[in-house]
Design a protein around this ligand. Structure first.
Ligand code: SF4
Length: 284
């Protein structure tokens, strides 16, 4: 490998990539690693706070990559179609493109935070031939508990959004589970309102009025709202039911394993709602 090879490590604002940065710092101090964070401009305030903590623990800045055009631009390009798991234009245009432009054509080694206990995940692996991916946690046998230990030992712990949400990424991310949307409405009502406004733009594009239901969307040929099968207004009108179901799922998780840490109970309860894999570019 030529000396000019770059070493890069993407930070998503989630626990695994943050732990990997700390792990690389400790186990490969001789490497000059560029840490980067792809900022969509729609991240949670908790994520920005956590990045500041991580920079202090690493003793070096994390490069912020900004997509030169934000969500509103791409939303227009895609004619008011919300991104969805089936059409993830957000990740491609707001994360992958800026990353690959920043790396350019120089040879680079990308350190990816897939854990040893996640054999079915892939993470961001570029198709550009100059970027090769390595998986230190897989190679060194670091699993979920190992990640938690790294974060505890460093003193930074988990991002504070872990009190209500387990996935990093945009506040409006369609990978959020129903109870996480309720968490957003409770903790960040302004962001929930903004997400609702974006959803309403879909209505306007489809020639519908602001209080249309999910069925109206479907009739107008708009298949996707932010959360599957309902608008955010409809979801919030079921707030008590969603919270109740989430509480029961937490209790079941705690009953299955009495000493289960709260954060793992939250994770299991949320997976009981929807265990679709989150975006591996945005949530590692
Ligand atoms: S976090 Fe969600 S909404 Fe944001 S870029 Fe990633 S997949 Fe898209």
């Amino acid at each position: 490998m030529p000396d000019s090879v770059r070493h890069i490590c993407g930070i998503s604002g989630g626990k695994d990539s943050s732990a990997l940065a700390l792990y690389l710092r400790r186990t490969r101090p001789e490497l000059d690693i560029d840490y980067f964070f792809c900022d969509t401009g729609a991240e949670l305030p908790e994520t920005y706070e956590y990045l500041t903590k991580l920079e202090a623990a690493l003793g070096q800045p994390i490069t912020r990559l900004n997509a030169d055009r934000g969500f509103d631009h791409w939303f227009e390009v895609f004619r008011g179609a919300l991104p969805s798991p089936q059409m993830r234009w957000c990740t491609k245009n707001m994360k992958i493109k800026p990353i690959e432009e920043w790396i350019g054509d120089d040879p680079a080694i990308s350190y990816v935070a897939i854990r040893a206990d996640e054999s079915n995940r892939k993470g961001y692996v570029s198709t550009k031939p100059n970027i090769s991916a390595v998986f230190p946690f897989v190679n060194d046998g670091i699993d979920h508990d190992g990640v938690m230990r790294i974060l505890d030992d460093s003193g930074i712990g988990l991002p504070s959004y872990y009190e209500w949400r387990t996935r990093s990424g945009c506040y409006f991310c369609f990978y959020q589970r129903k109870s996480e949307w309720v968490g957003l409405a409770d903790r960040h009502p302004d962001l929930f309102e903004r997400a609702k406004q974006i959803e309403r733009k879909v209505l306007t594009e489809a020639g519908l009025t602001g209080d249309a239901s999910y069925d109206d969307y479907a009739m107008a040929g708009r298949q996707y709202t932010w959360s599957q099968g309902e608008t955010l207004d409809e979801l919030l009108s079921r707030r008590d039911e969603i919270i109740d179901r989430h509480r029961q799922a937490m209790e079941r998780a705690k009953e299955r394993k009495r000493d289960l840490p709260l954060v793992d109970a939250l994770s299991e309860a949320l997976d009981a709602d929807d265990d679709t894999m989150a975006c591996t570019v945005c949530a590692l």
